[in-house]
Design a protein around this ligand. Structure first.
Ligand code: CO
Length: 293
């Protein structure tokens, strides 16, 4: 007999308003004071505003080491460039995945648009063996992200991972996360297997959603905008309220390694953080410099 265990709600996090970069207002629900680390996820930010003054200052040139960042745009446009020589812009529905590896500097500048600016940035930890690896970078345009429609009418953009045999648009993230953008029609339900032992969270950003905890009626109703950390189990079941619900469902196997973090650097030891700061001061931070000289 096959048994499934529904994943219960473990922690409910109301995002904290923070100001980052040169003065961008955003909402942080992972990586802040409420939950500093959900292994392998280091940070989850929701940015979005119709008002230019909330985002136009952007994120001027800044360093990263030891992590991967995944930016998913909902609205507007962000121009970017980095020390690998990449530059371009990402817009609504596009995803940018960056492996900082041993060191990268980049700039992310939201453009002022009538529709404003909105999206999400997730930081995924790199395993120790890849922390000093060669930086990599990829833009995935919206049309390369497959959409699956379930029998119940839910529409799932498969950003990473696998849904009913459909492989996500991004496949190279070391922690191999599943990253789904799910739209559930009013009153309908959505189920998704998430393997035992994987860390999982949902971020409800439109409508409201009920997380079904068992088949005897235990459930939790979650209104936007809220992050929900899920307990262990093997299946997630969510029912939309009277309006359609839209949420991200993100999961991955924990790395189980020690972390030392300081701003944009996430390493395994304090010494490695000190080294990153020394490298930055001495101009030896960027991984590629050695190769170029
Ligand atoms: Co950055």
């Amino acid at each position: 007999m096959m048994t499934t265990q529904l994943r219960k709600v473990k922690t409910i996090i109301e995002p904290t308003p923070v100001v980052e970069g040169a003065g961008v207002r955003l909402k942080r629900s992972l990586g802040g004071e409420q939950l500093s680390y959900l292994d392998p996820f280091l940070l989850f930010d929701h940015f979005g505003s119709p008002n230019a003054e909330d985002y136009e200052a952007g994120f001027p040139m800044h360093p990263h080491r030891g992590i991967e960042t995944v930016t998913y745009m909902l609205a507007g446009e962000v121009e970017h460039r980095d020390t690998l020589g990449n530059s371009g812009s990402i817009g609504a529905g596009d995803v940018q995945w960056m492996t900082a590896g041993g060191g990268i500097l980049h700039e992310e500048m939201p453009q002022v648009r009538p529709e404003g600016n909105g999206g999400f940035q997730l930081w995924v930890n790199l395993p120790a063996r890849l922390k000093m690896s060669q930086p990599r970078y990829q833009d995935i345009p919206s049309q390369k992200i497959p959409e699956v429609t379930t029998e119940d009418g839910s529409k799932i953009r498969v950003i990473a991972g696998n849904v009913e045999g459909t492989e996500g648009g991004i496949t190279g993230i070391a922690a191999n996360p599943t990253y789904l953008d799910v739209r559930i029609p009013p009153g309908r339900s959505f189920t998704q297997p998430v393997p035992q032992g994987h860390a999982a969270f949902a971020y409800v950003f439109e409508g409201s959603a009920t997380f079904v905890e068992d088949e005897n009626g235990s459930q939790q109703h979650i209104a936007q905008t809220t992050l929900v950390v899920l307990e262990d189990g093997d299946l997630v079941k969510i029912v939309a309220g009277e309006e359609a619900a839209r949420l991200l469902l993100i999961s991955a196997k924990p790395l189980g390694e020690p972390i030392a973090r300081y701003g944009p650097f996430v390493m395994n030891t304090r010494d490695e953080i000190e080294q990153a700061l020394r490298d930055l001061k001495q101009g030896t931070f960027i991984w590629q410099e050695e190769v170029r000289s």
